[in-house]
Design a protein around this ligand. Structure first.
Ligand code: C2E
Ligand code: CA
Ligand code: CA
Length: 617
């Protein structure tokens, strides 16, 4: 990596300690030692492993004068050649006075910038005079000496105070105060440094993105102090299992990252990821409490094959997301497929924003049928994205991304305004659609815009049903949600719990939401016609609805057998492809005209006794 031309610039044989450090283009003070001669190690009393791969901070010890330290950094940052007499601390704790000279070099072969650092041990220790700085090869050297000498005098007079301020400033700007790890700022600066090093010299590095699996629950249940204690414990574990040359940072919350320069193979990286998962699966002792947490890790490598090394942190985050979604306490390597997927998601996200602006969402309608008469009781309004090039897109192709972007409520609002237009059209054409059931996301339910939109829509609220997932009650904005539900009821809007049985706190959720309608998910309805166990399960779900005095809807009815069974088990309303798929407004219009609103002719009921016998069998 060090070109022959740079080495040619070194004295052939010399007594003085010489070291070469590769620096960042933007900041001369950011550098890593790549080569040193023997006298160099002897003078500062350090080994090769203490120096190579490390920064100039190897010189900073208790003996170093803080004023000299700050001025040195200043000179390095500006790429200025300078000499300084300075007291260093050897590894064994002994102080040593040296003349340290820094010379900037530019490699003519590739433009890389290097520092040549020369160390000469001073036999007679100089007085701590004001003239510790001595700038050679400077046109205005005398001026500078005067200037810096004055500054040092000033610094020394306020030595203690300045030292602590200087320390705090460098530490605060680079350090996470809770864990003492590097902070996001420092981490980002390091990533930029390594990216430019990769571009110039092909030096690869890896990013490991770590996210604790149950941190939020721990914080909520055991309190913030326990949460902080855990973060500190995790930080010290990460420090313990990493190398000195790794950078370990906390990005905020429960997110940690490791930057590892890669001389090693990818295998070594997977070893580190394994180790993190293993260590995190053990309980941590914090404040006398034993806390189990677990973590997931995403890994991405920036090497010479990387097309966009700038994306490496985002790639590691994508891999982390993948690790989390395939089950926790795992790690994933960023792959080409993930890349393609994340590009597609980003693309879709950008298109969704445009789609919101252009209001490209249209309502489709699926009939709801009265189980005893077969007549239409209403329609469920389902969103479709009328994409300019890809055609009509179902919600499964975009709602997840929209949810991650936090724009589902906006889509719901657009769809509702489209619905108002459709209702006016259908009513004017005397097409009898008694009721419209709209799907409302958690975000929209905690926002007063829903009530406002209903008020100004011109649709009679008594013809509206709001379908919500039982999980909304477990989510944020509990009070706002309760308030909206109360108001909806006041307006005369019916509330339905959607996909019942698939959520978590089923019965408890129901008691809180106090809905009018329960929609039983198709995953329970469909197998019920074939399996007795499934049938018993559906019966008990219907039983819950009936005992609370609710109307029960069977979703996903696809056959006559399923329709009859759902009706016989006590469902009031049926919905499914058997009666009609979701359709555009003109198709709904046609179907209702052709059938005169009767979509099914129910046959006579199975004897109740016969059914009980079947179930008992
Ligand atoms: P959902 O609310 O449970 O809506 C019913 C879904 O089941 C619809 O899918 C419908 O086409 C499908 N379905 C109905 N009958 C059958 C059947 O017999 N067999 C099968 N296999 N499927 C049937 P769709 O339209 O793709 O919507 C999927 C989900 O997207 C909806 O599930 C709902 O959770 C969400 N969604 C749809 N429209 C909106 C909307 O405007 N706003 C919000 N927030 N979510 C919506
Ligand atoms: Ca629904
Ligand atoms: Ca549903």
């Amino acid at each position: 990596m060090i070109s022959s031309r740079i080495l040619e610039q070194l004295p052939f044989k010399c007594e003085e300690g010489l070291g070469l450090a590769l620096a960042s283009d933007d900041d001369g003070a950011v550098m890593v030692f790549h080569w040193c001669n023997k006298p160099f190690f002897q003078v500062i009393g350090l080994d090769e492993t203490d120096v190579i791969g490390h920064r100039a901070t190897i010189f900073v010890g208790p003996e170093m004068d803080q004023g000299v330290h700050l001025l040195t950094i200043d000179k390095l940052m500006r790429w200025e050649h300078f000499s300084v007499k300075v007291r260093l601390t050897k590894k064994n704790g002994e102080p040593v006075w040296v003349t340290m000279t820094w010379t900037p070099l530019t490699d003519p072969e590739n433009g890389n910038r290097w520092w040549l650092c020369s160390l000469i041990e001073l036999q007679s220790h100089p007085e701590r005079s004001k003239k510790v700085l001595d700038f050679r090869n400077q046109s205005s050297a005398n001026d500078l000496v005067t200037q810096y000498t004055e500054q040092i005098a000033h610094l020394e007079s306020e030595n203690g105070r300045l030292r602590s301020i200087a320390k705090a400033v460098t530490r605060d700007s680079n350090e996470d105060p809770l864990t003492g790890l590097s902070n996001r700022r420092h981490f980002e600066a390091k990533v930029s440094f390594w990216i430019s090093a990769l571009r110039k010299r092909g030096t690869a590095f890896a990013i490991l993105y770590i996210d604790l699996d149950r941190f939020k629950t721990i914080n909520d249940t055991l309190g913030h102090e326990a949460g902080d204690g855990l973060l500190v414990a995790v930080a010290s574990m990460l420090k313990r299992i990493t190398l000195n040359s790794d950078l370990v940072a906390r990005l905020g919350g429960d997110e940690f990252v490791i930057l590892r320069p890669l001389g090693e193979s990818a295998l070594e990286i997977s070893g580190l990821a394994d180790k993190i998962i293993r260590e995190m699966s053990r309980p941590f002792e914090c404040d006398g409490k034993s806390i189990s947490c677990g973590a997931s890790v995403g890994v991405a490598i920036a090497d010479k094959n990387a097309k966009n090394p700038e994306d490496v942190v985002g790639d590691a985050d994508t891999a982390l997301y993948h690790a989390k979604s395939t089950g926790r306490a795992r790690w994933s390597f960023f792959t080409a497929e993930m890349h393609a997927q994340s590009v597609a998601i980003r693309h879709l996200a950008a298109e969704l924003l445009v789609a919101c602006e252009r209001k490209e969402f249209v309502p489709y309608f699926q009939p709801l049928v009265d189980a005893s008469t077969g007549r239409i009781t209403g329609v469920e309004v389902l969103v479709r994205w009328s994409h300019p090039t890809r055609g009509l897109m179902p919600p499964k192709d975009f709602l997840d991304v929209a949810a991650q972007m936090g724009i589902v409520a906006e889509i719901d609002a657009i769809l509702f305004s489209r619905l108002s237009e459709a209702v006016t059209y259908l009513d004017t054409a005397h097409t009898e659609v008694p009721r419209f059931a709209i799907n409302v996301s958690a975000g929209r339910l905690s926002d007063s815009a829903l009530l406002h939109d209903i008020k100004v829509s011109g649709i009679d609220p008594k013809r509206l049903t709001v379908e919500i997932l039982e999980s909304v009650y477990l989510e944020r904005n509990h009070d706002a949600t309760s308030w909206t539900l109360e108001e909806l009821r006041e307006f005369g809007v019916e509330v339905a719990v959607d996909d019942f049985g698939t959520g978590h706190a089923s019965v408890q959720g129901l008691l809180q939401i106090k809905p009018d309608v329960l929609k039983i998910d198709r995953q329970f309805v469909q197998p019920a016609a074939e399996s007795k166990r499934a049938r018993a399960l559906v019966e008990s779900l219907i039983g819950i609805g009936k005992s609370l005095g609710l109307k029960v809807v069977a979703e996903g009815v696809e056959s006559e057998a399923q329709a009859q069974l759902a009706r016989d088990l006590g469902c009031d309303i049926l919905q499914g492809f058997y009666f009609g798929k979701p359709m555009a407004e003109p198709d709904l219009f046609k179907v209702l005209n052709d059938t005169k609103g009767c979509l099914w002719r129910p046959t006579s009921k199975i004897q109740q006794s016969e059914l009980s016998i079947n179930i008992l069998r």
